[in-house]
Design a protein around this ligand. Structure first.
Ligand code: ADE
Ligand code: ZN
Length: 330
């Protein structure tokens, strides 16, 4: 079997993927139509062009418009089921999926959190029964939420969801200008309630953001983290503690964190002995899938079968599942 076929067929997990960034073109256009949201694009071709981002702020603008197409709990149920179908088709047996509930509560239609959670749970149950795959939800704070007290609302929701499929609290959005200390109270609260914390850090900002994610936000994994290489002391800490990095190669190219895949720091991260996992981030917006991420690494960075297998195993070991569940997966 070729390495490409092996990648396509091997059982995998995914740890860093946003539900809102996973809505495929047909579904997005359908949601916009049924909810009377006027998008600046109407066709697949136009969408493809729309998904060329000038910079991170431009990406977030488009992300926000996509989010505004989600107007009911049934929309959440629909996008979750479609997403999980796509994961099953790739043999992704377990996904930890980021979802930003405050947006859907505060934007136009104000979907109550209980309804959002119920929709996520319905999709989760359906995926287990009908597709034989599992999912855990990472509820995510947006760094630009204001007033910043709303971050605590999301932490409270995440704790409420703990017995109902929520596996962690996350934070995304613009790192620059929105430092970790603003969110410390919310993350302390979640951590003390026993909820793991998985912040984005070290993507659009450098090492300081990662230090802060570890020391102020109790990070047990780092979303992205690729810019840790700017600080050798941080690299030493990440290696000693073996804190997993959720690396998203195509996302880094599409958002200008690296210039092209051939120059991605992935080989250096591995050479430093860091705990690297591979993820797709916002697959529909970056025209990728988790499978494509592995295939692209092989093509652009000449990774071999052993390296790919190690990355896949790293993903399995870095999930937030109990040790008992890990044994079933390996
Ligand atoms: N939200 C969705 N994708 C993101 C990314 N790559 N970085 C920060 N926030 C995000
Ligand atoms: Zn992300």
């Amino acid at each position: 079997m070729s390495l490409y076929d092996l990648i396509r067929e091997m059982p995998k997990v995914e740890l860093h993927v946003h539900l809102e960034g996973s809505i495929q073109p047909d579904t997005l256009l359908e949601l916009a139509k049924r909810n009377d949201v006027i998008l600046p694009v109407n066709t697949h071709d136009q969408l493809e062009k729309w998904y060329k981002f000038r910079d991170f702020a431009h990406f977030l603008e488009i992300y926000f418009i996509i989010s505004s197409c989600i107007c009911t709990a049934d929309d959440i149920d629909l996008i979750a089921r479609k997403f999980l179908q796509d994961q099953a088709a790739q043999h992704i047996l377990y996904s930890e999926v980021t979802f930003t509930p405050y947006t859907h509560y505060s934007l136009n239609r104000q979907i109550p959190f209980q309804d959002q959670l119920a929709a996520l749970q319905r999709a989760q149950k359906w995926a287990k029964e009908e597709l034989g795959i599992r999912v855990g939800w990472v509820l995510d704070i947006s760094r630009n939420v204001r007033p910043v007290e709303h971050a605590m609302t999301v932490a409270e929701w995440a704790i409420l969801g703990k017995e109902h499929g929520v596996v962690a609290l996350g934070i995304g959005g613009p790192e620059i200008g929105n430092p970790a200390e603003l969110f410390q109270t919310a993350f302390d609260y979640a951590y003390k309630a026993g909820l793991p914390c998985v912040p984005h850090a070290g993507e659009t900002e450098g090492a300081k953001s990662i230090w802060d994610a570890i020391h102020l936000l109790h990070a047990c994994r780092i979303g992205h983290g690729v810019r840790c290489l700017e600080d050798p002391d941080l690299v030493t800490l990440l290696r000693h503690r073996q804190i997993p990095l959720e690396v998203c190669p195509s996302s880094n190219v599409c958002l200008g964190v690296v210039t092209n895949l051939g120059d991605h720091p992935l080989p250096r991260l591995l050479k430093e002995g860091l705990y690297v996992t591979i993820n797709s981030d916002d697959p529909a917006m970056f025209n990728t899938t988790l499978t494509d991420e592995y295939l692209r690494i092989v093509r652009a960075l000449a990774f071999d079968v052993d390296q790919i297998q190690q990355l896949v195993i790293n993903g399995v070991r870095a999930t937030l599942l109990s040790d008992e569940s890990h044994e079933h997966m390996e």
